[in-house]
Design a protein around this ligand. Structure first.
Ligand code: FES
Length: 408
């Protein structure tokens, strides 16, 4: 990131805090239909056109350290597993045996041993997906085993972050990351085995609320002074929130600290971390469902992912990351940071079942967004662009009004 961009990002929170009037020429944001959060048809369209075609952060490389280690990604609409091969590479396959569709794995994580064996009739596959053995093969006559390997799913790594894409024709991950990849690349690192960002904790909870409600809570700070009175509001100057809408539905944000606040987190910093990470909470939203957040220091990072399980239910997944191992001299400090952040997340999530109930009951038709909540509208616009107007009922669309406000 060049120095002029660093300066521009660093200045925006103070500019925003000092703003006295509604921004000149900025459009009044149209009301967002509440049905976008509960309509089954809209949810199905999101699953197909957004989650079925986007690169999705699913795991940290440290979750599969050894050959044979696997994760079953049961939060996806299709049954996908990740497995580390004998060649150390992590691949993704459908958890679907080529005989009659039996499962290769049933648990959410574990180790397969030297290969994947279907639990139904015992067809077995190498860790690279090749079909290697069929019990009582004589009963199948001539069978071209080379065509019966496990069906692959696109899987790519960005440093230690592992992504999948259910669309085999999707663009490469680095293109999809766009400005987020350019900004954070040096901090995330190149190789998953040598990357500077290590996993120190993971928490997951299912929430009664649409997936966008959990995203919305991450991408605006308007709520900080009321919802987080005894936590985040003590250290953050909510009015000093600098927002940048980025191409592809991504966005970045820097919330300044209150005057005199320095967070007491004496952990080793990430190599090449941006000094912006010390100025407040510095974060990115990676469309559609992952926020990458520096926790007020260049030493701690977390990724929050929101997974649509049904129109009214979401899995909220958090990966906590540091440059130092979870165990060792910094273990107590790491535990304290995780607990403090988890407490703030639970404050965010506490509202959502009530909001979802109102949306489903129709006691609110649509909602109004302020200038400081424009990242939410940006997300909605991108969802509609991905779904395509022809797949959307008129009443559920949002007008596209933010085009000229998207910057790099
Ligand atoms: Fe897998 Fe039969 S379904 S071996």
């Amino acid at each position: 990131m060049d120095a002029s961009l660093v300066e521009k990002i660093a200045k925006r929170p103070a500019e925003e805090r000092d703003r006295r009037i509604y921004p000149e020429r900025f459009p009044r944001l149209p009301s967002v239909p509440a049905a976008r959060y509960c309509d089954p048809g809209f949810f199905a369209a999101e699953r197909v056109h957004v989650f079925g075609k986007s690169w999705l952060f699913v795991a940290h490389a440290d979750e599969l350290p050894k050959p044979g280690d696997y994760l079953f990604l049961d939060q996806l609409a299709e049954p996908v597993l990740l497995v580390r091969g004998a060649d150390e590479r992590v691949r993704a396959f459908y958890n679907t045996c080529r005989h009659r569709g039996g499962p290769l794995v049933r648990e959410r994580s574990g180790n397969t041993g030297p290969g994947l064996v279907c639990g139904y009739h015992g067809w077995s596959y190498a860790l690279d997906g090749k079909l290697v053995a069929i019990p009582q093969a004589k009963d199948f006559g001539e069978l071209d085993r080379s065509c019966l390997g496990l069906k692959p799913v696109r899987c790519e790594a960005w440093g230690t972050f592992l992504f999948v894409n259910l669309d085999l024709r999707a663009e490469p991950l680095h293109e999809a990351l766009g400005v987020v990849g350019e900004d954070l690349g040096p901090q995330i690192g190149d190789g998953e085995r040598v990357g500077p960002v290590r996993l120190v904790g993971r928490r997951s909870i299912d929430v009664e609320g649409n997936w966008k409600l959990t995203v919305d809570a991450n991408v605006e700070t308007y709520h900080v002074n009321t919802l987080h009175t005894k936590s985040a509001a003590l250290v953050l100057d909510q009015a000093a929130t600098g927002i940048f809408l980025l191409p592809r539905g991504h966005s970045r944000m820097l919330i300044g600290f209150r005057k005199g606040v320095v967070l007491p987190f004496p952990l080793p910093p990430f190599a090449q971390a941006s000094p912006l990470a010390d100025l407040g909470i510095y974060s990115y939203h990676l469309f559609p469902n992952t926020s990458i957040v520096y926790g007020g220091t260049r030493s701690f990072l977390f990724l929050i992912s929101s997974w649509p399980l049904s129109p009214g239910r979401t899995r909220y997944d958090v990966h906590f990351l540091a440059a130092t191992p979870a165990e060792g001299p910094h273990a107590e400090m790491i535990r304290t940071i995780i607990e403090a952040n988890w407490g703030v997340f639970l404050e965010d999530l506490g509202n959502l079942p009530f909001m979802q109930r109102s949306f489903e009951a129709g006691t609110i038709d649509g909602f109004e967004l302020g200038y400081q909540e424009r990242r939410i509208y940006h997300q909605h616009e991108e969802i509609d662009r991905r779904i395509g107007g022809e797949h959307l009922a008129e009443a559920l669309r949002v007008p596209q009004v933010l085009g000229e406000w998207i910057e790099r």
